[in-house]
Design a protein around this ligand. Structure first.
Ligand code: CAA
Length: 294
């Protein structure tokens, strides 16, 4: 039976985007946050994005209303108990994720599929707190979710191949291009992206070029939509540092080691765009200015 009702846990940047694309694809979506304030904030950002689609002519007013009508917010996990699929997009901390999955295991019927949007935590390890490792997998979206076409679908050695293919088809229904990968830290994208981002910081530390010149080199020389230091600010320096540490821990390879400058910027709280500064100063968000860091 096709997936009709989707539960999304977490309504931050990623969770709200995931809830939005699921509702746009015709699913009934219940999104859960820990407080009503966070539910309201997440739903407001979805409403803004849906409105933007109407203004651009991608969506009719009726489409917007229908998508919004399929979405509801909650602060309880109980409201997710009759979902066909639950997608988790909460904080990247294993104990928090384990606690959540263990609670959902008790609430949901055996048929519900569990998927995590983690970018670095082991899917296999999360599945150990449930009695359904065969219906547990990774579904990794990219920021901004409504725009980025890729979704990584991640199987563990225990994932049922039929469930895996069902989720590959579901990703297509969302208008995304799914890629199949397995539960190895970083999957495909971060395995390649993280060493590249860390190398850009090393290049800056070593005086290879200025912030703007490093970014312009990759934008104009390689056709990337954003230079690596702008992308680091966009993804979050703390997030990238965290993923790098998990990958270094797994592979013990220098290419995954977080460079000293990145570590110090995270310690200082200069985590990028969301913090108002990172490699750039966002005092004027439309006109970011490179920071003096070296
Ligand atoms: N939500 C919804 N739509 C958005 C958006 C958002 N947050 N940001 C931009 N858009 C839409 C705009 O409305 C616009 O739509 P139209 O073309 O239909 O008008 C389109 O995206 C392009 O936006 P802009 O013209 O404002 O800006 P841009 O051309 O510079 O594109 C971008 C912005 C899409 C973010 C582009 O710069 C880009 O692709 N950057 C790279 C992003 C990237 O690499 N993301 C992956 C990060 S890694 C990750 O997420 C995974 C992980 O595990 C760390």
């Amino acid at each position: 039976m096709a997936i009709q009702k989707v539960g999304v846990v977490g309504c931050g940047l990623m969770g709200s985007g995931i809830a939005q694309v699921c509702a746009q694809a015709g699913c009934t979506v219940v999104v859960r946050e820990v407080s009503q304030e966070l539910v309201d904030k997440g739903l407001k950002s979805i409403e803004k994005n849906l409105q933007r689609l109407v203004e651009k002519g991608t969506f009719t007013e009726a489409d917007r209303g229908a998508a919004r009508g399929r979405l509801s917010g909650t602060v309880t996990l109980d409201a997710l108990k009759d979902c066909d699929l639950i997608i988790e997009a909460i904080i990247e901390q294993l104990p928090a994720k384990k606690e959540l999955w263990s609670a959902l295991e008790k609430l949901c019927p055996k048929t519900t599929i569990f998927a995590s949007n983690t970018s670095s935590i082991s899917i296999t390890e999360m599945a150990t707190v449930t009695a359904r490792p065969d219906r547990f997998l990774g579904l990794h979206f990219f920021n901004p979710v409504p725009v980025m076409k890729l979704v990584e679908v991640i199987r563990t050695i225990a994932t049922d191949p039929a469930v895996f293919e069902e989720i590959v088809e579901f990703a297509k229904r969302l208008g995304k291009t799914p890629v199949r990968t397995s539960d190895r830290t970083g999957f495909i994208v971060n395995r390649l992206l993280v060493p590249y981002l860390l190398d850009a910081v090393r290049a800056l530390e070593e005086g290879v070029g200025s912030i703007e010149d490093i970014d312009n080199s990759m934008k104009l020389g390689c056709g990337h939509p954003m230079g690596p230091l702008t992308l680091l600010d966009f993804v979050g320096l703390d997030t990238t540092h965290y993923i790098a540490n998990v990958m270094f821990d797994e592979f013990k390879e220098r290419r995954f080691a977080s460079p000293p400058l990145l570590k110090r910027m995270v310690l200082a709280g200069w985590n990028g765009r969301k913090a108002g500064r990172g490699f750039y100063d966002y005092a004027d968000p439309k006109n970011p200015k490179p920071m003096q860091l070296t």
